[in-house]
Design a protein around this ligand. Structure first.
Ligand code: HEM
Length: 368
């Protein structure tokens, strides 16, 4: 074999070997790629598993607490974004808008004054028990409102001013207060309901009062009203129904997982075709209780701004009604004409008894 032929065959062999090596490399590479894709499938299976865990799929546990089967309760993130998003923002806006509306109303209307001269004769508007019930509810509501608002907005408002440590101390104290002051608030609600429910049944007179804007818009009209006018009846029912709702959701938060109310409420509402999910996990119950508690409380606070306005600077003589419990008969006549008539009658009867010397002192005291 010539030298040239040997060189040629060696070159061909080298080329064939390189080609074969390349071929093997491609096959091995492909196998590796296939292996990767199989790993991808495995990873995808793993992701599905984790996706399940993150979306709250329950596994099996042998301990009595079925909650423990849920590794990650991802709805917590949805709850958190609702609480820190729309609830916080809508609450702040509603309070702000209500304060602006009241300021504008005050600037336009001024204080609602007594139309005529005071008669200097007084009638009892609220007796001692009624004032006790009102101020117990009001004082505890204010403590609850301030400590509750601190939980929602405090971190944004106070941490930059007082720092985290001081904020933590105040917030912990506030939370403690919030839990305990809830009880006098609930007791006040019950007492106010018992004392005033019969005076807050809607009647025809209320329609006329509403038609005339309650006499709030001008000094010319003073629509007739019973012991409570339509606006006050609305406040009464908002306080009672809102207060009960806030109390129930508050108790559900106070005793975690022991007092689920939403699933049962949804079962009831579904009778009317609401189609709400009624198989709620204990954690979902807690989340709903928290959002509901915040929303209803914020609504009550906004309404109370208006109530406190009219009970203080908004109307001459109103505060006295709940302060000393007595009002001038001219005030009673102007704002609650139908009630004033009967209240004045009872005063007149008392006066006549007091002036009637033929009635022995002991008997007079008995009638008082
Ligand atoms: C500093 C705060 C408050 C002031 C100055 C105030 C003032 C008054 C006054 C003057 C009345 C009697 C009105 C009249 O004679 O016709 C009244 C009634 C009433 N208050 Fe308050 N109040 C305050 C807070 C609250 C709070 C926080 C609640 C409930 C959570 C509340 C619930 C009621 C209810 C249900 C009535 C009877 C219905 C009505 O008159 O609207 N009050 N308040």
């Amino acid at each position: 074999m010539s030298q040239q032929l040997r060189s040629f065959l060696a070159a061909v062999g080298l080329i064939a070997a390189l080609a074969a090596a390349g071929y093997v490399a491609v096959i091995v590479g492909a196998a590796t790629v296939v292996g990767d894709s199989e790993t991808g499938i495995e990873e995808s299976a793993k992701s599905d598993g984790w996706r399940g865990v993150r979306s709250g799929t329950a596994g099996r546990v042998s301990i009595p607490d079925p909650q423990a089967g849920i590794l990650i309760q991802s709805e917590g993130e949805i709850w958190r974004s609702i609480r820190n998003g729309p609830v916080t923002a809508a609450g702040a806006w509603s309070m702000f808008v209500m304060l602006i509306l009241l300021a504008v109303f005050y600037a336009w209307r001024g204080r609602i004054l007594l139309a005529g001269k005071p008669t200097r004769r007084e009638v009892v508007r609220f007796n001692g028990i009624e004032r006790f019930a009102h101020w117990m509810t009001a004082a505890s509501f204010i403590v609850l409102a301030l400590s509750g608002l601190n939980l929602l907005y405090g971190r944004y408002l106070f941490i930059p001013i007082v720092g985290k440590e001081a904020f933590a101390v105040v917030t912990e104290g506030g939370k403690f207060l919030h839990n305990f002051v809830a009880f006098p608030f609930m007791a006040g609600l019950v007492l106010m309901f018992v004392l005033w429910v019969r005076h807050n049944v809607p009647s025809r007179v209320d329609l006329q009062w509403l038609r005339l804007g309650g006499g709030l818009l001008s000094d010319r009209h003073h629509p007739a009203a019973e012991r409570f006018n339509a606006g006050q009846k609305a406040i009464f029912w908002i306080v009672i129904l809102g207060g009960v709702s806030v109390s129930l959701s508050g108790v559900a938060l106070l005793l975690p997982f022991a007092f689920p109310i939403f699933g049962k409420t949804f079962v009831f509402l579904n009778l009317f075709g609401f189609g709400l999910p009624d198989m709620l996990t204990p954690m979902q119950e807690m989340q709903l209780a928290q959002v509901w508690h915040s929303v209803v409380s914020l609504g009550l606070i906004v309404v109370m701004f208006a109530h406190i306005y009219i009970g203080t600077i908004g109307m001459e003589g109103a505060f006295q009604a709940m302060g000393s419990g007595k009002v001038d008969t001219a005030w009673a006549e102007q704002h609650h004409s139908l009630w004033a008539a009967s209240a004045e009658e009872s005063v007149a009867e008392d006066d006549s008894v007091a002036e009637d010397d033929s009635v022995p002192a002991a008997a007079r005291e008995g009638q008082g």
